[in-house]
Ligand binder design. Structure first.
Ligand SMILES: [Zn+2]
Length: 326
């Protein structure tokens, strides 16, 4: 049977642990996925090479006949209007590289770059649970904690494009050191890295039996903590409870400040939503200003834990908006 030729968009979500790729069809969603370990990429040329290899690999694994219509990239940290990632702690090999120019030269298709959390918000608005909403907030709970605030259908940029750095608001002053150089940022508690730190603190401060004691700091991952929580491990369950409580208190502040229709949770950590969401909802309800209490709508991304940004990357290309959202 002859394969139908399709025009697809490549969404690329650059994370601290993995660079995720998705072939997106505007109606059918993600038709193929691949990922690259971020730590395995050596330099910007290594990045281009890895991307190119994965694009070839996707052609084989999906068995689709397609041409790329564009590449949408989500990256953490700060990027300029020209497409340069200025600052991103976990992806130093791409810092100060003009990613848009580099990839347009290599792949000969339009390339757009945006902050990963902005893309997640665009993806939720175009394809996900925020469809039809004009005011909402998306939090991406991945290796770090991303946030994008949508006001009247537009992503809030702020005076210098830095609005939404929710992960770097202080939550416990002078405590955990953050990648930004300060101590006590929310991200050091509510993120993949944060929950690992919480587990080790809990283990150090109690003599509770826990299978998590068998792991070294470098071995433990949020996934392992989740699996142990499913097996009823008390430390793993408490780590999720503590994380949910801190996040719930901070989300209550978001409801009070922005009055959104919903706060949407995306990112890898929401795979553990069974443990996180009940305590988040309970804490938000307890901590929000009384006249907003019946309006605290906390939702989970419907695009899969890690796919919101890939959908957002595709939306950017679809709209042919060649502007950089930061
Ligand atoms: Zn910080």
């Amino acid at each position: 049977m002859k394969k139908i030729h399709q025009k697809l968009i490549l969404g690329v979500d650059i994370g601290g642990t993995y660079i995720k790729l998705g072939l997106v069809h505007p109606e059918q969603g993600i038709l193929g996925k691949a990922r690259i370990r971020t730590a395995a990429v050596k330099g910007k040329s290594g990045f281009v090479r890895a991307l190119s290899e994965k694009i070839d690999e996707l052609k084989h694994t999906t068995n689709l006949d397609y041409t790329l219509e564009g590449i949408g990239i989500g990256a953490p940290g700060i990027s300029t209007e020209e497409g340069v990632i200025v600052q991103a702690a976990n992806i130093s090999f791409l810092t100060n590289v003009n990613l848009v120019k580099l990839l347009e030269r290599e792949f000969h298709v339009p390339v757009v770059l945006a902050k990963d959390s902005s893309l997640a918000a665009i993806g939720e608005g175009a394809f996900g649970v925020a469809k039809g909403m004009k005011n909402y907030i998306v939090l991406t709970l991945g290796t770090g904690l991303g946030c994008a605030v949508v006001v009247n259908g537009e992503i809030l940029k702020g005076a210098s494009g830095l609005a939404g750095e929710f992960g770097h608001t202080l939550v416990r002053k002078n405590e955990r050191l953050c990648g930004c150089g300060r101590k006590g940022c929310l991200e050091t508690y509510v993120s993949g890295k944060g929950i690992v730190r919480t587990v080790f603190e809990l283990l150090a401060n109690s003599n509770k039996k826990s299978s998590l004691r068998d792991y070294s700091y470098n071995e433990i991952t949020p996934k392992i903590i989740f699996q142990e929580a499913q097996k009823n491990d008390p430390v793993a369950k408490k780590a999720f409870r503590d994380t949910g409580k801190i996040l719930g208190e901070k989300i209550a502040n978001l409801f009070t400040i922005f009055d959104p229709e919903a706060v949407i949770l995306a990112g890898g950590l929401i795979e553990a939503a069974d443990f996180l969401l009940p305590v988040i909802v309970e804490t938000v309800e307890k901590s929000t200003l009384y006249f907003l209490k019946d309006k605290t709508n906390v939702l989970l991304s419907a695009l899969g834990a890690n796919d919101a940004a890939l959908f957002g990357a595709a939306s950017l290309i679809l709209k042919r908006k060649k502007e950089i959202l930061i």
